[in-house]
Ligand binder design. Structure first.
Ligand code: TXA
Ligand code: MG
Length: 341
């Protein structure tokens, strides 16, 4: 398939061209403030089925539906007068929060992996919102990577994964946050963070009170327990290398790497530490700047692939604030191989 590259910063027709493709049942990768999304008309089961094909995504992993105006939520989800919905939207929409609510029948089962719920998000990225508005449709969009690969946070990442598989890729430059939205279930009295992301636990509990983080955020889910969020049971965000996250001070970490050195080993470390490492090293930001780590982690994982690293030792980030999301993505990229040195 020929993939058109649309450039809204240079071409004023790019938005309407992307909207036209989506209205006609096509797929367009679009920029958002979190990561690039692979969008299709959420009301068209056939179009949505092509997302699963293009990504190689398991069909039981539900998609997030993107809207451009708050009131659109009432078309697709059953809010049942839940006051938290409006409070959260006022605080964090448009932005990196996905709310999971009972779904309305207008959303085909394929979108929600046949769950009775739907995840809804209003992105803050202007291009994303303009495209949604121009096609006047809710858009189902998972991250625009091949399933299991790190989410794309730059146009080049999307191009590498999706060129030839989709009708269009919209170039919006780099994503500001760099990791995905927080997925928050409002299906019970106590809200549960199913996937930590751009909006932190603290930020949410300040608005709606007691909120829990699902145990799967920092540990593998037991295979016999049913996943609250099906995405949590799949290995994710992996570069080709096997990663081990090493909890240690910097000197202990360097000792550990030296003792476990092998061919094509590399290190994922904090900014300024590269020169101290006994092998190739990629930084994902300074040790104390959790937002920078969020922004750089997925690019760093892709860079490790370009280095052809096969064995990676990673410094362990803090799990404070957005750091929880950084840890979640890195631990999962490592298949939860996290050790104390
Ligand atoms: O920031 C984001 O959320 C990006 C951009 C494109 O919006 N999207 C994204 O989608 O990360 P995806 O499909 O890669 O991840 C969605 C996650 C999956 O783990 C999925 O299982 C979970 O959200 N999810 C979606 N709908 C759900 C539902 N109804 N119930 C529970 N989990 C749900
Ligand atoms: Mg994804």
């Amino acid at each position: 398939m020929y993939t058109r590259i649309l450039k809204p910063f240079e071409d004023k027709n790019a938005i309407s061209e992307a909207a036209e493709i989506l209205k006609n049942g096509g797929l367009a990768a679009i920029p958002t403030e979190t990561v690039y999304g692979l969008a299709a008309n959420a009301l068209d089961a056939q179009a949505v089925s092509r997302i699963f094909e293009a990504k190689g995504r398991p069909s039981d992993n539900p998609l997030i539906v993107h809207i451009s105006d708050f009131n659109d939520i009432y078309e697709i989800a059953e809010t049942g007068g839940d006051k938290r919905v409006k409070m959260l939207a006022e605080a964090f929409w448009p932005g990196a929060l996905t709310m999971v609510l009972p779904k309305k029948d207008i959303i085909p089962g394929i979108v929600s992996g046949n769950l009775p719920t739907v995840g809804v998000r209003m992105p803050s990225h202007n291009i994303a919102r303009e495209i949604i508005r121009a096609c006047a449709l809710p858009l189902a969009a998972p991250s625009a990577n091949i399933s299991g690969f790190p989410s794309p946070v730059a146009f080049e990442h999307v191009f590498d994964d999706m060129n030839g598989r989709v009708e269009a890729i919209v170039d919006g430059g780099d994503c500001e946050i760099g990791l995905e939205s927080t997925v928050l279930s409002l299906c019970s009295e106590t809200a549960v963070i199913l996937r930590p992301g751009g909006v932190t636990l603290d930020m949410i509990s300040r608005i709606i009170g007691k909120t829990e983080v699902h145990a799967s955020a920092l540990q593998p889910i037991e295979t016999h327990t049913e996943a609250a969020s099906p995405g949590m049971k799949y290995k994710h965000y992996s570069p080709k290398a096997k990663i081990t996250v090493v909890k240690a001070t910097l000197p202990q970490f360097i000792e550990y790497v030296k003792a476990n050195m092998c061919d094509s080993a590399a290190v994922l470390c904090f900014e300024g530490e590269q020169e101290k490492m006994p092998c190739a090293a990629i930084s994902f930001g300074s040790e104390k700047d959790y937002s920078e780590q969020a922004r750089r982690l997925f690019s760093a994982l892709r860079e490790l692939d370009l280095l052809e690293a096969r064995r990676v030792y990673a410094r362990c980030p803090s799990s404070e604030g957005i750091g929880l999301a950084v840890c979640n993505r890195l631990f999962r990229a490592a298949g939860f191989d996290v050790i104390n040195s």
